[in-house]
Design a protein around this ligand. Structure first.
Ligand code: NOJ
Ligand code: CA
Length: 673
């Protein structure tokens, strides 16, 4: 005789028809169900569909797809609520409060494989991943396709860069915007705004450890379903694995306003805690570098009369950094291998041997004596094997010289035998580098990286990366430079993945003084005002923040004081105003201090803002040091004027900001009592 409860459950069978889990605030709901043997999930926000039923599953080489004849066998739930302090970041504390649902399924027919999908539902979004337990009929496997879908209920507007070009330019493309129904193949993070303007959704991934990077392949017209598209090996395989195995998290960040998207902490919550016990050596800093000169052609990476990385030149940069309180000096082109076509000659790079005019040990000694860190450049040109062969000896050398920061580079489209720059082959390489760097006490700034999936939580030495079109394009791009709206898009797209080494701070906007000749009209230039260059230090977060221009271009420039003063590590971040592609106003309070900084930037439109300073501590007095676009400033015709003013402010003050076309405002608010 069945007990009443068991009877009820038996009658309600299939009891697992649809299982649900909601966010702690009840606003986000995930439903999971089987329809005709296939597993789907959907997402609702405030009771309205955001993602319609979206397929889950896989295709394998030499085995049937894991997709059909599925049956739910078990569900389990937990709640988690815990906070942690970041060693550095856009905010000091992160709260991870979520409800978790695990859904275990099995094939009802042979080979009767099993897997579990784990959903974590937060107030700021959803993460889910697949877990494959060890099992007789799923041991070693080769994924040929991940079938995960994101079926948008609304034909939302999306901001995207493509993923289906023969050359992907290492994610260094300009953004486009279109309804989701017409996008083709794109990279994540993919930011979308529903047509009613009421919901913002960002699809990305977290904790990419031993898998391929996820792109999204677009819906064929009339549909709004995006599908996971994994970056391949040369033979088309996406992922090699062996059970037990877990995939990265697929993340769906959800917000009511664009200004609520940043800082994006969802991905950090889906990465394991730090494995580096003592992080005291990991320090955010500003840096200058022997760098811009190569991009504007006044210096070379290669040896010869214009070689930038000489001992004498490096000492000059070290002196400049020390005199201005900047923490580091990057030196590119110091090591043997840059002569000739350095992209083709990827295997010629030595990571220990310097050019004869660069005395590495002496420069390291000099930097140390001046309290400046030397940032070692390791351009691999994608020669991973060449780099991995040398990594132990190189990192041992750097460590012995007290060098604890590396900027690496992967200027290439394919790696190894023709594998994607974004595939599992490359993901494994990056993980090896992060681990080796951690072992040798080295901080990393990776250029041409794979997108950030929150690695910095587990490895706080993984500090910054490029992975988007940065300042360098203003030196040489064929389009004439980044358009004025560029950074107002980056803030709501690329920067949601994590910090970006954009390299702000070019003062020689027309790139004339540096080159000693007037710029031709067809040449690239910086397409912002000078004040906007300052504002980027606050807007575009990076724990390694470059003062990118030549030191001589900062001399006798009163506006340079802002770069000296601006913090690089934050306690609190507030996005005060923002519209994707139009403008951003951000306020951040420095870590371990009471000063605030504001960065405001606009696209090609001039704009004004009234900013209440209610975030300041009531009853305290402050001085605002304001670096604003000067009279008649305009990015195109008159980019240089900056007006610097000071005024007393309190929590009751409203600041009126006037930004020129392509302009910005940068403010330090210093507490005076
Ligand atoms: C591209 C990087 O983005 C840039 O910063 C670097 O100078 C060159 N590669 C050379 O490594
Ligand atoms: Ca680059």
């Amino acid at each position: 005789m069945l007990k009443p409860l068991a009877l009820l459950l038996a009658l309600a069978a299939p009891v697992y028809a649809q299982v649900r889990v909601v966010s702690p605030d009840g606003r986000n709901r995930v439903s999971v169900e089987i329809q005709q043997g296939r597993l789907y999930y959907s997402v609702q926000r405030d009771g309205r569909p955001l993602l319609l039923p979206s397929l889950l599953g896989f295709e394998f080489r030499g085995a049937p797809p894991l997709r059909d004849s599925l049956r739910l066998v078990d569900t389990s739930r937990t709640t988690f609520d815990e906070a942690w302090t970041q060693p550095w970041g856009e905010v000091r504390r992160v709260q991870d409060h979520h409800n978790e649902l695990k859904v275990a399924v099995t094939e009802t027919a042979p080979p009767a494989r099993q897997f579990t999908v784990v959903f974590r539902v937060f107030n700021d979004g959803v993460g889910f991943r697949y877990e494959f337990p060890d099992q007789p009929n799923l041991k070693d496997f080769a994924v040929t396709d991940e079938l995960t879908e994101f079926s948008m209920a609304d034909d939302a507007r999306a901001w995207w860069i493509p993923s289906n070009r023969p050359r992907l330019d290492r994610s260094e493309m300009l953004y486009s915007s279109s309804p989701v129904s017409v996008i083709d193949s794109i990279q994540t993070p993919l930011t979308m705004e529903t047509r009613d303007g009421k919901t913002f959704v960002v699809i990305h991934e977290a904790n990419l450890v031993d898998y391929a990077r996820m792109f999204l392949s677009g819906p064929r017209m009339q549909s709004r379903t995006l599908r996971a598209a994994l970056a391949p090996y040369a033979d088309g395989t996406k992922v090699y694995g062996r059970t037990p195995f877990v995939t990265p998290w697929r993340t769906i960040q959800i917000a009511d306003r664009a200004t609520d998207l940043s800082p994006s902490l969802l991905g950090l919550k889906l990465n394991p805690p730090s494995v580096i016990p003592n992080t005291s050596w990991i320090k955010p800093m500003k840096y200058v570098g022997i760098w811009w000169g190569m991009h504007i052609n006044t210096m070379t990476w290669s040896s010869g009369p214009k070689h930038g990385a000489t001992t004498a030149n490096t000492k000059r940069y070290i002196d400049f950094a020390a005199a201005n309180g900047l923490g580091g000096v990057l030196v590119e082109g110091w090591n043997v291998g840059w002569d000739g076509d350095w992209i083709q000659n990827r295997n010629a790079f030595s990571f220990t041997r310097a050019y004869p005019d660069y005395d590495l040990a002496e420069v390291a000694r000099y930097a140390h004596a001046k309290g400046v860190k030397l940032i070692v450049h390791n351009e691999t040109s994608g020669g991973l094997e060449n780099y991995e062969r040398q990594i132990d000896s190189a990192y041992t050398l750097y460590q012995s010289l007290g060098l604890d920061a590396i900027k690496s580079g992967y200027v290439t489209d394919l790696v190894g035998e023709g594998h994607s720059h974004y595939g599992q082959y490359m993901v494994r390489h990056h993980r090896l580098v992060i681990e080796k760097a951690a072992q040798h006490g080295i901080m990393l700034d990776v250029h041409e990286p794979i997108h950030d999936t929150g690695e910095r939580r587990t490895y706080p030495n993984m500090m910054s990366r490029e992975g988007a079109r940065g300042q360098e394009y203003n030196a040489w791009s064929s389009e004439g430079g980044n358009p004025p709206e560029h950074e107002t898009i980056l803030f709501f797209t690329r920067l949601l993945a994590g910090p970006m080494d954009f390299t702000p701070g070019i003062f020689d906007i027309l790139i004339e003084r540096g080159t000693g000749r007037p710029r031709r009209p067809d040449e690239s230039r910086v397409r912002t005002t000078l004040a906007k260059q300052l504002a980027l230090y606050v807007v575009l977060y990076s724990p390694l923040q470059m003062a990118a221009d030549l030191p001589e271009n900062y001399e006798h420039q009163p506006a340079f004081q802002f770069i000296r003063d601006v913090a690089v590590d934050w306690d609190t971040t507030r996005v005060l105003e923002g519209k994707i592609g139009d403008y951003v106003v951000v306020a951040r309070r420095e870590r371990n201090g009471s000063n605030w900084f504001i960065g405001a930037i606009t696209d090609e439109e001039a704009r004004t803002f009234d900013i209440p300073l209610s975030f300041l501590t009531p009853g305290r007095r402050y001085t605002a040091e304001i670096y604003a676009d000067g009279p008649k400033a305009n990015w195109l015709t008159n980019p240089l004027p900056v007006t610097i003013s000071r005024r007393p402010v309190t929590a009751a003050t409203r600041l009126h900001l006037a930004l020129a076309a392509g302009g910005g405002t940068a403010i330090r608010i210093r507490r005076v009592d």
